[in-house]
Design a protein around this ligand. Sequence first.
Ligand code: PEP
Ligand code: MG
Length: 846
Amino acid sequence: MVGLVLVCHSAKLAEGVAELAAQMGGQSLRIGVAGGLDQPGDPLGTDAARVARSIEEVWSEDGVLVLMDLGSAVLSTEMALDLLPDERRGHVMLTEAPLVEGAVAAAVAAGLGDSLETVAAEARGALAAKAAHLAPQAAPGLAGAAQAAQGPTLRLTVENAVGLHARPAAMLVRTAARFDANVTVANVTTGRGPASARSLNAVATLGVRRGDEILVQASGPQAEAALAAIRRLADDDFGDPHEARPQAGADARTGRSVPVEADAASLSGPPPASGSVLQGLPASPGIAVGKARRLRAAPVEVPHRSSQDPQADWAALERALIATADDIRRARAAVAARASDYDAAILDAHLLFLEDEALLGPTRSGVFGEGKSAARAWADAVAAAVAAWQALDDPYQRARAGDLRSVGDQVLRHLLDLAADAGPRGAILDPGAAGIVVAPELTPVEAAGLDPAHVVGVACAFGGPTSHGAILARSLGIPAVVGAGRSLLGVAEGTLLALDGEAGTITVDPPAAAVQALEDRSAWRAREQAEAQAQAQLPAVTRDGVVVRVEANVAGPEDARAAVAAGADGVGLLRTEFLFLEADHLPTEDEQEKAYRAVAEGLGGRPLTLRTLDVGADKQLPYLPLEREQNPALGLRGIRLGLRHPELLKAQLRAALRVAADHPVRIMFPMFATVDEVRRAREVLDEARASLSAEGASVPERIEVGIMVEVPAAALMVEAFVPYVDFFSLGTNDLAQYVLAADRGNAEVAALADALHPAVLRLIDRVARAAAEGGRSVAVCGEVAGDPLAIPLLLGLGVTELSMAAARIPLAKQAVRATDLGAARRLAARALAAESAAAVRELGPR
Ligand code: PEP
Ligand code: MG
């Protein structure tokens, strides 16, 4: 009896299919499964040795049929054949049959005692029934053409503005791949092709531009359905937004007039004209004039060595491909969450590169046929494909070579273990290329890696001013504008930009007079800043003699030193998550203690407010994969995550308490909605303290505990929280986003999430009153705390402490010194009665 082997990326999938097939094939049927990997935390993948073992287990003289899922499953199975003794290899057949239907059909045939050839034929034909059932409805519009004399072909004129560039080509490849059909595409206009529609490289390098005619041909059981789906896709401009169709007067052939060069152009629209002003959102004050610079991947050096062990080399490549796919999926989720699914779809094309036979085929031959190392073979295959892209006529499509190169390098970095050395996503600025960083959006990690010596400004197409990338730019004192729109990404490398971080504008290729005006303003600001800096170390006392603590929001020891230099009276918010975000593993309690101690030591005895881990939403830890959430900002973030994983929270609290034994540390928990959460968080704190005491460690007798007020429910119920806390700190970034239901990271709506909206001010008022009544202090540590215009208003509402990016402290202290609390209270009363944030801003000199 013929044996069957199922090779799948997932062990669960393999077992499920085997169970189904076994039901059909009867008891004596032998089915082997080779699913998944034995790697904790990385269970998806295929392994040649495991496949070879499964073949041996179900071995029969009658033969073994192997069914596989996709991509590397095929490669692993081919390698497994090499591991079998010669006499057995001839009795093993690999089939392209669909996994589930094929396994079921093969099981029936094998169970009946059919020959290997018959079992394989059954498996291959297994989709026929499904196709017959579904195809007539799936392809009604195509029926005539499909039955025309020349067989199932489809001629189309490509109408979308940029032709079959990466994203539309990826859509086509994905669409074709959904069907049991062999699909090819040729560019009739240029005579290129036919090319397999399974290969993104092959399709995209046909050089199909707008107006070109293509011929799509299909064979196989689902040929017609495949063509119908491709027709629908073409009717929908291959998923491009309709605004991508050329405007009247634009180049009728390409729909564009200027080439787009950089990797980020994947997300861009047409480049903005010289002198145009892009209006974004102010994210970090200051003025910058400089050349546009993109973060680009550090080049990867591939050592010249031949392969010692091709099997091991190949397995390492497969792991690198999987790791890269994980990175890309994470990036995709982040872009989709903050921009749109359309913007994120370019990353689908990047994923397809990883599965592309046009790259894997030559790599395989390099490793197994030419003795190259996997890195060398992969680098060569990528270089050849990059050269093919670069040879295309269309500048837009040529630019995709950059995408491929950067994905290729990502794989190499994993393969050569360079991921950590190269910094976040391997992103660097060209050495010596000072200027304004232009990016779709900065992740917190990328922003943390910016060197103010080289980066004079940051311009982002997406994101909001309280997104964490923007917050970090502010903490580094780098002027920034976010949410400037997709067209920013069309700006060519090296174009002069003038960025105004207060007005939120970016002028492209500005006229000399505009540059002069900005530089004058910048000089005036520098003088004002210098005056404030000269008094920064003095306390901030209002005109009527009330001392206001002005503290810093920091992410690590370096920030703490900068905070002290800027005159911080302490740290009002240590965002501990940045220690976690920068690590490639979960930091241990000892590592945490060391990091927190370094911050405390940098403060020279000033108080340190340590906020417990606030990840989730836009701050994701690569090594702590969380379930995908529909609404991460409303999901398992902040204290919710800590209470779900109390062992994590406890380790952090133990680390904090160990530091608190020697330094003035207070603990602050983020993201409370209910009093019960505070009780539970305090229980974990008690456990942490008890466990340290039991070990004989010294712990402070008493430690101040506070909560961030970020959820409207907590603000509305503030009295209920009073008995459990020593202080409150208003996280106005999140509070505003939740009050106004406006995602702080989404440029489309981020401006709505304005902490000066009266709805937010009324909650601040409520919290400040309850805090005062209960004898608790109340701080603001959201971004509004550092806005000199908002400071009198916050003080008038009863806020007693302010915490902000260090760079803003000197001017903030000046704003406190200019405030008279009586006048501030009257201002606050008027603000509470105003009808909008704009009206609050118009309340005049405060
Ligand atoms: C806030 O929400 O205002 C806050 C300070 O916390 P974060 O910005 O880190 O979410
Ligand atoms: Mg917050």
